[in-house]
Design a protein around this ligand. Structure first.
Ligand SMILES: *[C@@H]1O[C@H](CO)[C@@H](O)[C@H](O)[C@H]1NC(C)=O
Ligand SMILES: *[C@@H]1O[C@H](CO)[C@@H](O)[C@H](O)[C@H]1NC(C)=O
Ligand SMILES: *[C@@H]1O[C@H](CO)[C@@H](O)[C@H](O)[C@H]1NC(C)=O
Ligand SMILES: *[C@@H]1O[C@H](CO)[C@@H](O)[C@H](O)[C@H]1NC(C)=O
Length: 454
């Protein structure tokens, strides 16, 4: 390239290259999206897909998208190298600094990012075995994530007691949308202490990266962990402040979480950290018709309610009361601004650290009771609600009770939600709708799952 020619014809040439690159990119992207349609079965029959993916020979002979992409990748790579060389030459002529910056920022970087994007687009080699895993694994660059999600084959190549050849460690599919955060989460030295980052983990979980990958680092505990109170005291006593790591909360002790404090840092279940108030719940009459007493609900099925799930946000008070009545309740809990999991556990109850995203980790027809309060309100999408209700139905046993406690929404939405709750044709033991405010209403109900002998 003639030096004298710079910068004008250099510039023209670069623009020409750029156009060429963009042209190629457009073609490749169209071909590959067409190919995606093919593989999704829009144009071909199932057998064709199977043959394509699993057959010994490629069905589409002479058309291998991987080869095409590899070709383009090489072209772009070469272009990138040439451009870079030009840039180096240009560095010597200082008068053209602006031009150099332009080239670097406006041309080289886009070309390179197009190159990497295209590289990710490349389909995994169709081989014998780990076809599908590879594409997910290749989404991540961090070694520890890749190691975690790679399927682990049994030793000595045998079938294990699950009847499988390998064990898959799973992560939520939305993890790929939060690649950066997940990589940050998985960035640690194996065997050393983890960062104090449960809030990052929870952020990933509530955004759909759920389940999270396991980690091989040591979780930090509070500095001076005190032994928990004995069970005859722990149920109704605020735990020792020293048993919680407060670093990621606005508050630094349980007293600060009181509902009267405007800067407590959480918005759900206000007042839940005041045991005097908690002691009144579900055992004393209130002025609201929608507040049922535990005694009355258990009286519907005397002696038959033994295990259940409390699906909501709280400090475990429902489970504590039920424990006194010899009913074992697991309470879902997320640490939304306050240590809900810790307080439930320190009270001697079982917190289930679960988000709304997931199928409940219980088997079909097993639970005597599902109680839900303070979590699912009128904000919730109807389709999501539908999936959740059917999941509750799955885990409830025949004759089990669904206790909807103070569900609230806008008046105009109540019809949609009552349809949801009624669609399963449960027997209505209790059903009360009462005004909450001018525009909002409460619904409380106790419903019984019918036998499903079919
Ligand atoms: C599977 O692929 C590997 C290389 O990736 C090869 O060594 C092996 O022979 C192949 N096995 C079969 C059954 O084709
Ligand atoms: C709790 O039980 C222990 C013995 O198990 C007893 O020493 C203690 O006094 C009890 N505490 C209360 C508040 O009843
Ligand atoms: C609550 O009110 C009912 C009548 O509505 C009464 O029978 C019951 O004894 C009251 N319970 C308590 C704990 O005050
Ligand atoms: C719970 O079980 C204990 C021990 O079996 C028993 O002494 C107690 O009376 C039971 N409580 C209730 C409310 O049934």
């Amino acid at each position: 390239m003639g030096r004298s020619c710079f910068p004008r014809c250099g510039f023209a040439r670069i623009i020409a290259w750029l156009q060429l690159v963009l042209g190629i990119l457009v073609i490749v992207v169209s071909i590959s999206s067409l190919f995606r349609f093919y593989s999704a079965g829009f144009f071909v029959h199932n057998e064709d897909i199977c043959r394509h993916f699993y057959g010994p020979k490629d069905v589409y002979q002479g058309f291998d998208i991987n080869d095409r992409i590899a070709e383009v990748l090489t072209t772009i790579e070469n272009l990138h190298k040439k451009l870079e060389m030009n840039l180096q030459q240009m560095e010597k002529s200082k008068t053209r600094l602006e031009y150099k910056n332009y080239l670097e920022v406006e041309v080289l970087r886009p070309v390179y990012s197009a190159y990497t994007a295209l590289k990710q687009l490349r389909l995994p080699k169709i081989g014998n075995g780990t076809v599908k895993e590879e594409s997910l694994i290749d989404t991540f660059t961090t070694e520890e994530i890749r190691k975690y999600i790679a399927p682990k084959e049994n030793r000595i190549g045998k079938i294990n007691f699950y009847g499988t050849e390998k064990i898959y460690n799973t992560i939520g599919h939305a993890c790929i949308l939060m690649k950066k955060e997940l990589e940050e989460y998985m960035d640690y030295d194996i065997g050393s202490y983890c960062k104090d980052d449960w809030n990052l983990a929870q952020k990933l979980m509530v955004n759909g990266c759920d389940p999270l990958p396991r980690r091989r680092c040591l979780t930090r505990a509070s500095k001076v962990y005190q032994k928990p109170y004995p069970i005859n005291e722990s149920l109704w006593k605020l735990p020792d402040d020293r048993n919680v790591r407060w670093g990621n909360y606005q508050c630094r002790n349980f007293g600060c979480l009181s509902g009267k404090n405007p800067k407590r840092g959480y918005t759900k279940c206000i007042g839940c950290f005041e045991m005097e108030k908690e002691k009144l719940k579900w055992v004393t009459n209130t002025s609201l018709q929608v507040d049922f007493l535990i005694r009355d609900v258990l009286a519907i099925k005397p002696g038959q309610i033994r295990i259940g799930l409390d699906y909501g946000v709280g400090t475990g008070t429902f489970a504590a009361r039920m424990r006194e009545l010899n009913v074992t309740i697991v309470s879902t809990a997320l640490n939304l601004g306050a240590p809900f999991n810790e307080i439930i556990a320190l009270r001697g109850l079982i917190p289930l650290y679960a988000t709304l995203n997931q199928r409940l980790p219980f088997f079909d027809n097993t639970m005597d009771l599902i109680h839900t309060t303070g979590f699912l309100d009128g904000w919730i999408d109807l389709l999501l609600m539908d999936f959740i209700i059917f999941d509750w139905d799955r885990v409830l046993r025949p004759g089990g009770l669904l206790w909807i406690d103070r569900f609230f929404c806008n008046k105009k939405d109540m019809e949609d939600y009552t349809y949801m709750f009624q669609q399963l044709r449960y027997k209505k033991h209790k059903w009360v709708i009462a005004p909450k405010s001018q525009h909002q209403v409460y619904l409380s109900a106790v419903l019984e799952k019918p036998p499903r002998a079919i």
